[in-house]
Design a protein around this ligand. Sequence first.
Ligand code: PLP
Length: 400
Amino acid sequence: MSLQSSALARVKPSATIAVSAKARALAAQGRDVIGLGAGEPDFDTPDNIKAAAIEAINRGETKYTDADGMPELKKAIVAKFARENGLTYEVNQIHVASGGKPVIYNALLATLNPGDEVIVPAPYWVSYPDMTLLAGGEPVFVTGEEKDGFKLRPEVLEAAITPRTKWLILNSPSNPTGAAYTRAELESLAAVLRNHPQVWILTDDMYEHLTFDDFEYTTIAQVAPDLYDRTLTVNGVSKAYAMTGWRIGYAGGPKALIDLMRKVASQTTSNPSSVSQWAAVEALNGTQDFLKPRNDAFQARRDLVVSMLNQASGIRCPNPEGAFYVYPSIEGLIGKTTPSGVVIDGDDTFTTELLEAEGVAVVQGSAFGLSPYFRVSYATSEAVLEEACTRIQRFCASLK
Ligand code: PLP
């Protein structure tokens, strides 16, 4: 009898975590490696947030809380949704978990039956398909083409919906492409969804605060209030507040769905860390002044990376609206040969050979469901990015 469950056998380990592990292993052997694989800001958690956590510890806020978050944090989240998204939720419509990842997993686990379909637009964040599989559902992939800014077109969505479709997952700005949907683009998707009342919408807004060039951020429940009753709006403090290690994510949605998600949490994780919840209260209620300068820094990095990658022979790098990723094409390098005699036959080979030759770790597009591309996370200093892009240029120039 196999040790591994059949549910887990359907799942593969996270490719992005695997790339980071491989880069760390090479660095441990003494290789000079630049890791552009990890999806976390290099900035530190702001001091006021750290102080709030320390005060919470000193006050003795170190006990269990409600399974899906304490009232003080839920109130801060209600205020955030009202202030920033024009969305009205009651406290009993909020779910808090140990990161955005478990929020999404709790929603899928609470609602999917075997055979239920989840539409996952590619390029996708690596966890959506595998969390769907683990929860017993079936991911249905649709593609946002590069010519459409990697965004899902309404006619492509329409063609993918079946009577078994339970969820559509949207992610804007996107990991891995950085693409963000405009109001008009969300309206065109909403027009399709209106005709299919069985489809729920999970919008992952984790990168909401990271948009550039005066992009006007909107989320689907705001754009299409008539879909509010079947939309789960997911967000978290990990990316905007540089709090990846604190593990706090949250969502607002219809009470019936939130009740089911609480049932999952009550029997699995109990509550997210009480100390981290107090830190998140300060993140949401405290000063937001650091967001703008950090955003400006990310925009300067994006501009640098897009410009330098477009100067690498055979690479074409679109200019995304947000997040801290770019998703360049290597179409122009397919069929070329490295000095060591390896033929670049796709993005898996490209990223492996780039790491071997120049010690730059990036993630192959095949992990995100659209090839031949690769993902660069530019959440690191301009000096490091400049060096990494110089190495990528050198590697591309060495291909014959
Ligand atoms: N959603 C997207 C699109 C992400 O890129 C990530 C993290 O990489 C998450 C959710 C998960 O965030 P958290 O660290 O809060 O679980």
